[in-house]
Ligand binder design. Sequence first.
Ligand SMILES: Cc1ccc(Cc2cc(O)c(O)c(C(=O)NC/C=C/[C@H]3O[C@@H](n4cnc5c(N)ncnc54)[C@H](O)[C@@H]3O)c2)cc1
Ligand SMILES: [Mg+2]
Length: 221
Amino acid sequence: TGSTRPQRILRAVQKNSTRGSPCSVVNAIDDYCKHKEWAMNVGDEKGIIVDDVVLELKPITVLELGTYCAYSTVRIANLLPPEAKLITLEFNAESAAIAREIITWAGLEEKIQLIIGASGDWIPRLKEEFGIETFDLVFLDHWKDRYLPDTKLLEKCGLLKPGAVLLADNVICPGTPDYLDYVRNSPRYKSKFYRSHLEYTQEEDGLEHSVFLGMAGRGAE
Ligand SMILES: Cc1ccc(Cc2cc(O)c(O)c(C(=O)NC/C=C/[C@H]3O[C@@H](n4cnc5c(N)ncnc54)[C@H](O)[C@@H]3O)c2)cc1
Ligand SMILES: [Mg+2]
């Protein structure tokens, strides 16, 4: 049987990047996906916006929903302060296995906790199982119909504190209409859109950046 796309991405990383160099891992994946085989990484164009958000926010606790091949996991973790931690959830065991290899190759296993499981099952367990108080940054890049339910779950579990940032990929393509409607109209969030393009293409896409204001939110209930 042939290889899978994640396996081919791992091979490209091992062939074209330097162990322990997250930047070279990110570049190797972008190069492979640009010239050989498209894959659903946030990519280099949207990746620069992600970098700016991380560098500005300096988050100590980060949650990523949807690891896939750990492209954004490595890209974000590489920019975190020394004591920071990133938890990433991935329910596909094959993807998770490849992601773990890429995280180790990049030398970031100390900063990143990869959990194999579904966000809906694991978000309610993060406080007591990982001693998480709240997340400073949440990067949403999993199935698009899970963005809204998982955001409400994060609120319900008290995992967001005022000032926490939700950064959502693909709010145009494939699109997350119910999530956008919520974060743009709820008094609990201050939301702004970063226009960009679908990774490795000219298609319109973008990231939504939403600051959590607290459960009371501002203004009328
Ligand atoms: C029409 C169309 C199709 C595809 C595209 C292109 C395009 C561009 C993009 O940047 C995209 O992010 C996507 C996209 O579909 N991403 C979904 C990503 C899932 C990964 O996350 C995992 N996962 C999914 N739900 C969960 C969950 N609850 N708990 C834990 N892990 C989960 C899966 O196991 C996968 O590892 C698609 C554009 C337009
Ligand atoms: Mg995406």
